[in-house]
Design a protein. Structure first.
Length: 119
């Protein structure tokens, strides 16, 4: 049984992101796509239709970029300080509320229990 022939879809250019076909199609009619950034580094690959690949590329453009790692850290203290600074700048981390202390009201219960005396 022969595979059905599909016309190869055109590549997708989204500014600095280029999404192109690597191989395919598979039995479901999907192509294997690769998305590359301006430096030609692969940032996504997967089986998709052209519309799905375009949506994936657009979502990659909307993600915030990660900050460049610092290489001038020489001590553990500097590393922790740099890490904390990066964590403060992350938008996806919500500030944590200050914990509140809940105290139970103090009650004094005085009960008298009579114990039988041993014989």
């Amino acid at each position: 049984m022969n595979k059905p022939r599909y016309k190869r879809p055109a590549a997708i250019d989204l500014g600095d992101l280029h999404v192109s076909i690597v191989r395919g199609p598979n039995a479901e009619g999907r192509w294997y796509w690769r998305a590359r950034d301006a430096d030609r580094a692969t940032v996504w690959t997967g089986w998709a239709t052209r519309d799905e690949a375009a949506r994936e590329g657009a979502s990659l453009l909307n993600k915030p970029s990660t900050p460049a790692p610092r290489s001038n850290v020489k001590t553990v203290r500097e590393m922790i300080s740099a890490w904390r600074e990066v964590q403060r700048e992350r938008v996806e981390l919500a500030p944590t509320p200050t914990p509140t202390t809940v105290t139970a009201p103090s009650t004094s219960l005085s009960t008298s229990v009579s114990c039988p005396s041993p014989r």
